[in-house]
Design a protein around this ligand. Structure first.
Ligand code: UDP
Length: 445
């Protein structure tokens, strides 16, 4: 049998490291040699939690001298350092007799595909967003698309039998008025162009067949797509968390009634305005439900907001933490709903836990994910925001009443959430679609 050596590389942010590292771990567990390469700073922050199955090693590349605030310089440097590093790893692998057999690269790293092409190494793109988002990029940025022309707000995308995606459901940076558009459009176009240089480009999707069959079918017409998700760290031993935490919150959750606690977290990047924090706090207090809320920036909060949190928290049954082990929290029996920004990892983690979701998307693919949750999968609702992208306390209260209350709609949402959990479990178990697809990756890559 062919001995595989996967070189797996990703952009050094939490939402990219978590699923990519999970793939690295899985392939190593299946007997492959895996080299995981990301920036030194990304690896440094996760070093004490890195999984270490036999066959998995880490290869950091430099990003130390680049301020992350200067996006253009940062991206240029990471491209240069990453390229040099991947070339070296591939060259060394030839010298040691364990040649890299496939380079797997993730979002924001189209240059890695070029390295693979130049060095005659097969490559695979790991799409860490939902298949529907990827299908939208493929339509809008791929060959034969409206390339060069502007995408205005009247543009819609219809994917098979899915409800039509109008522009407000697209990943936000697709539209020219979005602040990330000028940076992300060339990035996504480069990704698509790289894939189009290959006759049958391999794309690994962090989703599962039964969840997104329509979008997968659409992509299959152009690409060799294989759904191998959900890529989620289920065990406590590895989360790839970029922060330390103590785990008092788990004992606190133990003391709560089943399905009674509202869990609120907006991932690793979204920055909430003070107004939004106050509205959430007031909405939670007024709901009179116990809550666990991840507020990453509590220490650096303005005095006024800090005082308000201190005061309000005394009058309610809530706990605020700066970080937690999200997969552990979501699988705790006391969690009754997840208020989420709908980052793709969080959306999948919520889905796998069978917990109903309240989606509060801010940017990027979060809007697309929130639409799928509400209009396609039915395992949650999307909160309505006002013009400044703020979810008002009344709206939060209304959504909580829907997903946790006794009305028919809530019961149906909870039923759907549980059903989807079962589907995800079936996909990953022996003989399930994801299990079989991972085998297919090993057999064909
Ligand atoms: N996460 C976590 N603890 C927290 C908040 C987030 O472990 O307190 C993890 C979460 O489980 C997920 C990742 O951080 O795997 C966030 O990824 P996502 O795609 O949801 O959002 P992003 O951070 O990329 O916006």
């Amino acid at each position: 049998m062919k001995h595989h050596h996967y070189l797996i590389t990703c952009f050094p942010i939490q939402g990219h490291i978590n699923p990519t590292l999970q793939l690295a771990k899985t392939l190593a567990t299946l007997g492959a040699t895996v080299t995981f390469a990301t920036s030194a700073s990304g690896l440094k922050r996760v070093h004490d939690r890195l999984p270490s199955p036999d066959g998995l090693t880490y290869a950091p590349f430099s990003d130390e001298n680049t301020p992350a605030s200067d996006t253009t310089t940062y991206m240029t440097n990471i491209r240069r350092c990453g390229t040099e590093s991947l070339i070296k790893i591939i060259q060394n692998s030839l010298d040691t007799g364990w040649p890299v057999t496939c380079l797997v690269y993730s979002l924001l790293m189209p240059w890695a595909a070029k390295v693979a092409r130049d060095m005659n190494v097969p490559s695979a793109f790991l799409a860490i967003q939902c298949a529907a988002a990827f299908a939208i990029y493929s339509r809008l940025f791929g060959g034969g698309s409206i390339d060069g022309g502007e995408i205005d707000s009247s543009v819609c995308v219809k994917i098979q039998d899915l409800p039509t995606f109008s522009s407000c459901d697209f990943p936000t940076f697709v539209l020219p008025q979005n602040y990330m558009h000028s940076f992300m459009r060339p990035m996504m176009t480069e990704h698509m162009k790289e894939l189009e240089t290959l006759p049958k480009p391999l794309v690994l999707l962090n989703t599962f067949q039964e969840l997104e069959q329509e979008a997968i079918k659409e992509l299959e017409s152009k690409l060799n797509v294989i759904a191998i998700g959900p890529l989620i760290a289920t065990s406590n031993s590895f989360g790839g968390d970029l922060d330390n935490e103590d785990k008092n919150y788990l004992q606190w959750l133990d003391s709560k009634q089943e399905k009674s606690v509202v869990y609120i977290a907006f991932g690793s990047l979204v920055v909430l305005s003070n107004e939004q924090k106050v509205e959430i706090l007031k909405g939670l207090v007024e709901s009179k439900r116990p809550f666990l809320w991840v507020v990453r920036s509590l220490d650096s909060e303005e005095e006024e907001v800090k005082n308000m949190f201190d005061q309000e928290i005394r009058n309610c049954d809530g706990m605020i933490v700066t970080w937690c082990s999200q997969t552990e929290v979501l699988s705790h029996k006391s969690i009754g709903c997840f208020v989420t920004h709908c980052g793709w990892n969080s959306t999948l983690e919520g889905l796998v836990s069978g917990v109903p979701l309240i989606g509060c998307p801010h940017y990027s693919d979060q809007t697309t994910n929130a639409k799928l949750v509400e209009d396609v999968w039915g395992n949650g609702v999307r909160a309505r925001m006002n013009g400044e992208v703020v979810m008002k306390r009344e709206e939060l209260g209304k959504c909580l009443d829907v997903v946790m209350g006794e009305e028919e709609r809530g019961k149906e949402i909870r039923k759907r959430a549980w059903l989807l959990r079962g589907m995800a479990m079936d996909a990953v178990k022996d003989g399930g679609s994801t299990y079989n697809n991972l085998r297919k990756v090993i057999d064909t890559s």
